[in-house]
Design a protein around this ligand. Sequence first.
Ligand SMILES: *Cc1c(COP(=O)(O)O)cnc(C)c1O
Length: 410
Amino acid sequence: MQLRTDLPAIAGGQPAFERPVPIVVPEGLVAPDFANEMLDIFRSGQLTNGARVRRFEDVAAEYLSVPYCVAVSSCTSGLLLVLRALGLRGEVILPSFTFHATAHSVIWNGLKPVFADCDLETFCLDAESARTRSSKETAAIIGAHLFGSPAPVAELERLAADLNVPLIFDAAHAFGSRAHQRPIGNFGTAEVFSFTPTKLVVAGEGGLIATHNAELARTLRLARNYGDEGTYDPEIMGLNARMSEFHAALAYGGLRNLEERIERRNQICQRYRSNLSCVPGIQFQCNRAGTRSACKDFSILVDETEFGESRNWLCRALTAENIGTRRYFHPPVHRQKLYRAIWDERPLPNTDRISERIINLPLYSTLGDEEVDRIAGAIVRAQAFANKSAFHLYPSAVTENRKTIGMAGG
Ligand SMILES: *Cc1c(COP(=O)(O)O)cnc(C)c1O
């Protein structure tokens, strides 16, 4: 049977791709000398927290222009240990539009998360909203650079200074992002990166804390090793949050071609934007002026009224086209079951709005222009179909398919 190419696959048309296009592909893993590295580690007998971890910390510190980098087992353990090392008590202001691990680190330290709203343009923590949520109990602020787009670092630093509390950034998405001519890693008291497979630098598992504070760095080196300096009489209630030599070797390799990959990702995002700029009901995340996003993710917001169908319908439509999508972050943290009862119920309208509308599209540096065009084309086609005013283009198919797939309400 000949499938129609003017109809979206969800309505019985030919899918845009024959084989599924993944939403993410782990990057920077092509290291020709990697097998030898692994053998060297076995031969050395030093399997964790050794010379390769040091090498990675040094190279990362240079890339980030930060005096101290402490490698850890994950971004979550890094955040957890930073909060612990700072000896905080009370409330921590943080965004709800973030990955839940940001909030988990607060709870694990016996601190109270206080959610503030995000900015509609950047999706990052809004400094003004954070200010309205501050109180005499405020012990720290955590910001996050979402999808690689830098948070309002200067405003948040000002707020933290006004409140006289530390500012920590969840920089899981932002290795390679920049603000005010400086790499992310240089802002606040500490910034914490992640190297899981969906991030730009991939170590399998791993994290890195960047800081200008020598004393904090020293404490964190202890804290990642149970808090024990080697005396069996720990200085701080630490964890085993060390990075292994294997992961450090991967992380080091993951820095290869990073700049080129970030550049390519920026091109892809630009191509998506220009291809989709005329589609009614589609909006994009904006980067703040003077920043560079590492473009970890590319997301669109779907306005159901203007687009003609719901965000969830578009997700299903893209799945039918063999295009991988995610709704990230949905639900937002304050509406997740672990957090609903903890949330103070102060409204977070921007967070809800973005979370209800967001779709993440495939993004990795090996994604070709032709694929980007085809993905965007599938969205254009889906919108034309969804748009009631376009019914005259294929009235019979619309009526037929709407009946058979029960799409009337979306
Ligand atoms: C991935 C991610 C984390 C968790 O990183 P791990 O290294 O898996 O602990 C934290 N915050 C954000 C925003 C993330 O995307």
